[in-house]
Design a protein around this ligand. Structure first.
Ligand code: FES
Length: 77
């Protein structure tokens, strides 16, 4: 008798600032219309990153790569 093959778990993805309900796709579209967009400018315009701050590294990735679905980042201790 063989064991059932386990299916790989899908990678959890993050696609928005939860606190402010703003999608990374919206942030990217906004950033694409501007030059030299920074995290501080995103924060000033959208409010993202002002509350819990968990979205900051994801928004930085959006600005660097253009990706709007970022794999969940798990802090390592
Ligand atoms: S998830 Fe963006 S400020 Fe909390």
């Amino acid at each position: 008798m063989s064991l059932p093959q386990s299916q790989p778990r899908p990678q959890p993805m993050v696609d928005r600032c939860i606190c402010h309900g703003v999608s990374f796709a919206d942030i990217r579209a906004w950033a694409d219309d501007r030059e030299d967009t920074t995290l501080d400018k995103v924060r000033a315009h959208w409010g993202c990153g002002r509350s819990c701050g968990m979205c900051r590294p994801y928004i930085q990735k959006v600005l660097e790569t253009g990706d709007v679905r970022i794999p969940l980042m798990v802090p390592t201790c």
